[in-house]
Ligand binder design. Structure first.
Ligand code: PLP
Length: 344
C-alpha cells in the first residue's frame, strides 16, 4: 500500500537500483577513490555547468549540518525560516556540528524568507553580545511545498552579499523545485548566488544519500575531514554514489520529480472539487497541506492511510513521491469523499 506521509516512504527507483547493481561488481578502491564516485561527481559538475566540489553523505541532516559548519565559526549565526528543517527537525545538529553557531529563526509567508526578514535579523543588532550573522539558509522546495522563484532567490542572495552572508540551500527536494520552475539547476543555484547546495537524493528515489555541492570551492577546505569525523565518510562509497548515475544519466531525476509534482496537483485539484477545502499553501512541488476535519482525519487513519500532521504550520501534509500512482491519489480522494459526506 502506498502512503502520503513522506516521499521517503517510497522505495528505490528502477534507474537507481540498476546503477546500484551495476556497481556491485568486483573490487574497487574505497572511501570515494573509485571510478563510480568520480564519474558521478563529474556528472553533477556537468549538470550544474560549473566546476564545483562534490561530497556524498548518508543523509540530509548531516549534509546541512556539516555544510553550515563549514560556513561558520562557533560565534556566528545562521538565518533560517522558523519552519526550516534545520530548525525543527535536525535535533540541534547544525548547532552541534558547528560547535555552537546559533540558528536565528525568522517568520515569513509560505515558508519563505525574504530580503526584508533577513536584513531585519542582521541589522537588529550590531554589538558584540549578539551572535554574528554569517549565513542564510533557504529550503528549496520549502517545507510547506512552495518554491522560490529565480527572482526571489536573486533578491535574497543580493541582500545576503550586501550583508556579508553566505548562502546555503537545503535541497532535500531540489529536484521537485527544478521540475516545478522549468529552469536549469545552475540558474537557481550558483548563478543566483548560492554558495553551497545540499542536493537531496533520498527523496528523489535513491536508496540513501545526499550530495553536497560547493560552488565556491574555497569553502570546502577540509570538508572531507568534517565528513570523516562526523561518521559520514562511507568506506564503500560507490554504493552511495553510483545510484546517482542511474537517475542523472537519462534525466530520470527530473521525470520522477515532475511526476511527484503532478500527483500533488491532482490531489489538490481533487480535494478542491470534492470538498471545497483549499490547500493551505500554493501547491508548487510535491506536497499538499490541508486542514482535514477531525472525523475525516480519524477515518482515513482507520482505513490505514499514513500521513503526518506535525510538519509545517499545522494541517495534514499529504506528500507525493516518485512512484505515487494516480490510482493511489484517486483512492485517497474517494475515501475522503465518503468520510466528508458522512453525517457528523
Ligand atoms: C527530509 C529532509 C531533509 C533530510 O532529512 P534526513 O532525514 O536527515 O535525511 C532535509 N531537509 C528537508 C527540508 C527535508 O524535508
Amino acid at each position: 500500500m502506498q502512503h502520503f506521509a513522506s516521499d521517503n516512504y517510497a522505495g528505490i527507483c528502477p534507474e537507481a537500483l540498476s546503477a546500484l547493481l551495476a556497481a556491485n561488481d568486483g573490487h574497487v578502491r574505497s572511501y570515494g577513490d573509485d571510478l563510480w564516485t568520480l564519474r558521478v561527481a563529474d556528472r553533477l559538475r556537468q549538470l550544474f555547468e560549473t566546476d564545483c566540489d562534490v561530497y556524498f553523505v548518508f543523509n540530509g541532516t548531516a549534509a546541512n549540518s556539516l555544510a553550515l559548519a563549514a560556513l561558520c565559526q562557533p560565534y556566528h549565526s545562521v538565518i533560517c525560516h522558523q519552519l526550516a528543517h534545520v530548525e525543527t527537525d535536525e535535533c540541534g545538529a547544525p548547532e552541534f556540528f558547528s560547535n555552537g553557531a546559533k540558528l536565528l529563526a525568522v517568520g515569513g509567508e509560505q515558508g519563505k524568507l525574504t530580503p526584508q526578514t533577513i536584513a531585519e535579523a542582521v541589522t537588529r543588532r550590531s554589538d558584540i553580545h549578539y551572535p554574528k550573522p554569517k549565513v542564510v539558509t533557504l529550503t528549496q522546495a520549502t517545507e510547506v511545498g512552495t518554491v522560490y522563484r529565480p527572482d526571489e532567490l536573486r533578491a535574497i542572495a543580493d541582500t545576503a552579499r550586501q550583508l556579508g552572508l553566505r548562502v546555503h540551500m537545503d535541497g532535500a527536494r531540489f529536484a521537485n523545485a527544478v521540475a516545478s520552475l522549468g529552469v536549469s539547476p545552475a540558474d537557481v543555484t550558483w548563478r543566483t548566488g548560492v554558495d553551497v547546495l545540499c542536493f537531496g537524493g533520498t527523496k528523489m528515489g535513491l536508496p540513501v544519500g545526499e550530495a553536497v555541492l560547493f560552488f565556491d570551492r574555497r569553502l570546502s577546505e577540509d570538508f572531507a575531514y568534517r565528513c570523516k569525523q562526523a561518521g559520514q565518510l562511507a568506506s564503500k562509497m560507490r554504493f552511495l554514489s553510483a545510484p546517482w548515475l542511474g537517475i542523472l544519466d537519462d534525466g530520470a531525476w527530473l521525470r520522477h520529480a515532475a511526476h511527484a509534482n503532478a500527483m500533488a496537483r491532482r490531489l489538490a485539484a481533487g480535494l478542491a472539487e470534492i470538498t471545497g477545502w483549499p490547500a493551505l499553501f500554493p501547491v508548487q512541488a510535491n506536497a499538499v497541506f490541508v486542514q482535514l476535519p477531525e472525523p475525516v482525519d480519524a477515518g482515513l487513519r482507520e482505513r490505514g492511510w499514513l500521513f503526518y500532521n506535525f510538519i509545517g504550520a499545522g494541517g495534514a501534509r499529504l506528500m507525493c513521491g516518485w512512484d505515487t500512482a494516480p490510482e493511489t491519489v484517486d483512492r485517497l480522494l474517494a475515501d475522503i469523499r465518503e468520510l466528508a459526506d458522512r453525517p457528523a
